[in-house]
Every structure is written in structure tokens, then in C-alpha cells.
Design a protein around this ligand. Structure first.
Ligand code: NAD
Length: 363
């Protein structure tokens, strides 16, 4: 099944069976984008925990949870949830708070849905893998970019007869790589770690595992351009466009196949250039291609009060939760935001922490 043939969305109260869930973290991102997404998921929120009790209580009232806590262990013990959501932040040493919380949730027998970053090192991802296997419970990281309808469409194009196999790709995303002297310091790398999960998720989702990489770095802005060779034989570039304007679109993704290419601009506008010949060089008076070879444009209308033109959907926030609840409730395939995907992104993070500019490294 391709992504665009997916089922219709149901509202939370329409599900007969809902997963009993607790939520750790009552912060900004959770308020804006994760709790509101639960309106469209088979989730029954029973407990909310935050270090700030009054915020946990206010969130519980707003989002319909029964009880509020400040101690997540007490919550796990009392509520015995099937699923725990983690949307927390960083420890003072730069480690990811959710990594340890995920281990606690697994030990309490719950599945875990966590925000990115999953962890701050490969070793921590391995510990999560072992704990997940031991508990027989799933751990999913919300790699929202892999749920953008546009990025899913790119994935569907790859390997189709009309597009061919992926031969090269380009991901442009504004983030800044700190100077070499700061890269061993997790606190100074926090913002880089926080963001690398986004372009890293797209690279891995579309290109698969990487074989080797090298990068060049610009000292004024921390911009970097990275060359990647994937194990499939495809090649790619990752452009950290730090230094761009705050009024600019953030990202652009382009995939190139065999005689066809497609571009996603600004997350929600996809242009697919279908296979077509170049009009006769030096002679053609018109650039108009036959209709069956013309480019196709996909972009949402912004007039109707629909789901697809709401950021909960075009940024994949609802779909990334349904991916896990589908696996838990219906045994559907669990393929995105896996610890294997997080491991590949973490490899990229460790590459930027340790590799010198201009040197090719096997990943
Ligand atoms: N995917 C996205 O689009 C996106 C966007 C923004 C942020 N994020 C991610 O979301 C996460 C949260 O970001 P934020 O900006 O909302 O952070 P935040 O600091 O506003 O919220 C974190 C909350 O977690 C709570 N917390 C931390 N440790 C806790 C514990 N042990 N028990 C209970 N509560 C605890 C804090 O009290 C705080 O309220 C980060 O991982 C960030 O990377 C993702």
C-alpha cells in the first residue's frame, strides 16, 4: 500500500478500544503539537506528569487526563499504562532526559512514544534497544518529517516505474555546526543534536543506510555541506543552510531518479517532474510538454477547515502517533521512528562530532 492510499482519520471518541496512556512532560511543544494530536488517536490519557505540578494539573484539565503527578515513577506504578508519551528536555550535562525516562517506562511494561532526540549517543540507543527487546515493548521516536504527506509521496515515487530507482538526493535544512573545539561538549552541541534528527530522518527514510560521508564547514555561520554515499549506491548532499534569513522557507528536499525528479519546498509543496525529453535543442519554440509528461504539482488548499491543511497533519504530528497505536492495537507493521532509524541518525551526529572537515569517513 502506498502512503497516499491511507484510511480516513477517526476522532478520538469514535474508537471502541483505546490505549491507556500516561504522558511525561507538560511543556511548550507538547502543548502546541502533541496533546492536541491525541484528539485523533485511540488514546485514553490517564495521567500527566511534570516537575511543575500546577502545569501538570492545568494540562490534565485541558486535555482530559484523570490525574496529575510530579514523580513519573509514582505515576507508572499507580496507573500501569500500556503506553507512555515522553516530551521532555535536556539534563544540565546535555544528555536527553527522555532516554532514561524511556528505560523506566519499559521497565514498567509500557510501550514508549518519545520526541526526538532519542538519545545523545549510539551507546544509549543500544541500551534502549536491549531494554525494548527485554520488555517486549516498542519504542518509537516521533520522526515527524517521515510522516509529512509530501515526504511520504517522495518515498512512494522511489522505485516506481515512472520514477526509477533513487540515484541522488539533496536535503537543505538550516542548522549550525559548532566549531571543532566545541564538538566534544554535549551542552554546546545541544541545539545541533536537537535539530539533526529532522534532516537526518529524511535522509535515512529516503536514502536508506549510509556508507560514507565527508563535509566542508563555514566558520562564520557554522553552515556545512556534506557528501553522502548510501549503501544502495545512491549519492546525496546535506546542506546545513545556517546563515539564511529568518523570513526564508526552512527546507527543500529533492530526489532524482532515472529520467525523473521531484522537489518538496517548504514542507508542503511538491513538484514532480515526470519523465520527459528535453525539447529539441536550439529549435523548439515552446516549452510546453505533452499532458502525460507534464510536471505534477501537489499543494494543499487553505480555504476549508480540513485536516490536511492543519499543521497537525501536514507536519505529520497525528500520523506519527497513529503509526504506533496501529502497531499496538492492530499489530500493523512498525517501520518508522524505530530505534534502528534513530541509530542511523545518531551515527550522523557522531560523525559530525568526531570527523574532520574534508575527510571521508566510513559510517
Ligand atoms: N518534532 C518537533 O516538531 C519538535 C518541536 C519542538 C520541540 N521538540 C522536542 O520536544 C521536546 C520538548 O521541547 P519543549 O521545547 O517543549 O521543552 P520544554 O522545556 O518546554 O518542556 C519540557 C517539559 O518536560 C518536563 N520534564 C523534564 N523532566 C521531567 C521529568 N523527569 N518528569 C516530569 N517532567 C519532566 C519539564 O518540566 C518541562 O515542562 C524536546 O525533545 C524537543 O526536541 C520537537
Amino acid at each position: 500500500m502506498t502512503h497516499h492510499e491511507q484510511r480516513e482519520i477517526r476522532y478520538a471518541y469514535e474508537f471502541e478500544r483505546r490505549v491507556k496512556a500516561c504522558f511525561i512532560g507538560a511543556g511548550g511543544h507538547a502543548y502546541r503539537n502533541v496533546y492536541p494530536a491525541l484528539r485523533y488517536a485511540p488514546v485514553e490519557l490517564i495521567g500527566i506528569c511534570d516537575l511543575d505540578l500546577s502545569r501538570a494539573q492545568k494540562f490534565a484539565r485541558l486535555f482530559g487526563a484523570e490525574r496529575a503527578y510530579t514523580d513519573h515513577r509514582a505515576m507508572l506504578e499507580r496507573e500501569k499504562p500500556e503506553l507512555v508519551f515522553l516530551v521532555t528536555s535536556y539534563n544540565p550535562d546535555g544528555r536527553v532526559q527522555a532516554t532514561d525516562l524511556a528505560l523506566d517506562a519499559l521497565a514498567a511494561g509500557a510501550h514508549v512514544w518519545m520526541e526526538k532526540p532519542t538519545a545523545a549517543s549510539l551507546a544509549e540507543i543500544e541500551a534502549l534497544r536491549a531494554a525494548s527487546a527485554k520488555a517486549g515493548r516498542l519504542v518509537m521516536t516521533g520522526l515527524k518529517k517521515t510522516f509529512f504527506p509530501t515526504i511520504e509521496k517522495l518515498k512512494d515515487l522511489i522505485g516506481s516505474p515512472e520514477f526509477g530507482r533513487l540515484t541522488s538526493l539533496n536535503v537543505r535544512y538550516p542548522q549550525s555546526l559548532p566549531p571543532p573545539r566545541d564538538r566534544s561538549d554535549l551542552v554546546k552541541m545541544q541545539s545541533f543534536l536537537d535539530h539533526i534528527y529532522h534532516p537526518g530522518a529524511i535522509l535515512h527514510f529516503l536514502g536508506g543506510p549510509m556508507e560514507r560521508a565527508s563535509y566542508e564547514w563555514e566558520a562564520t555561520t557554522g553552515a556545512a555541506v556534506t557528501n553522502v554515499r548510501f549503501k544502495s549506491g545512491a549519492i546525496g548532499s546535506l546542506h546545513f543552510a545556517s546563515g539564511q534569513s529568518g523570513s526564508s522557507i526552512f527546507e527543500r528536499v529533492e530526489i532524482i531518479g532515472e529520467g525523473s525528479n521531484a522537489i518538496v519546498d517548504n514542507g508542503s509543496r511538491l513538484t514532480w517532474y515526470r519523465k520527459a525529453a528535453l525539447p529539441s535543442y536550439g529549435r523548439a519554440a515552446s516549452f510546453i510538454q505533452p499532458d502525460d509528461k507534464a510536471a505534477l504539482l501537489f499543494e494543499p488548499e487553505h480555504s476549508l477547515g480540513q485536516l490536511y491543511n492543519n499543521n497537525l497533519f501536514y507536519l505529520g504530528y497525528v500520523q506519527e502517533i497513529l503509526h504506533l497505536t496501529d502497531a499496538i492495537l492492530d499489530g500493523k507493521p512498525f517501520t518508522k521512528g524505530t530505534l534502528e532509524a534513530a541509530y542511523e541518525i545518531m551515527k550522523l551526529f557522531e560523525f559530525f562530532r568526531s570527523a574532520e572537515a574534508g575527510v571521508t569517513v566510513t559510517l
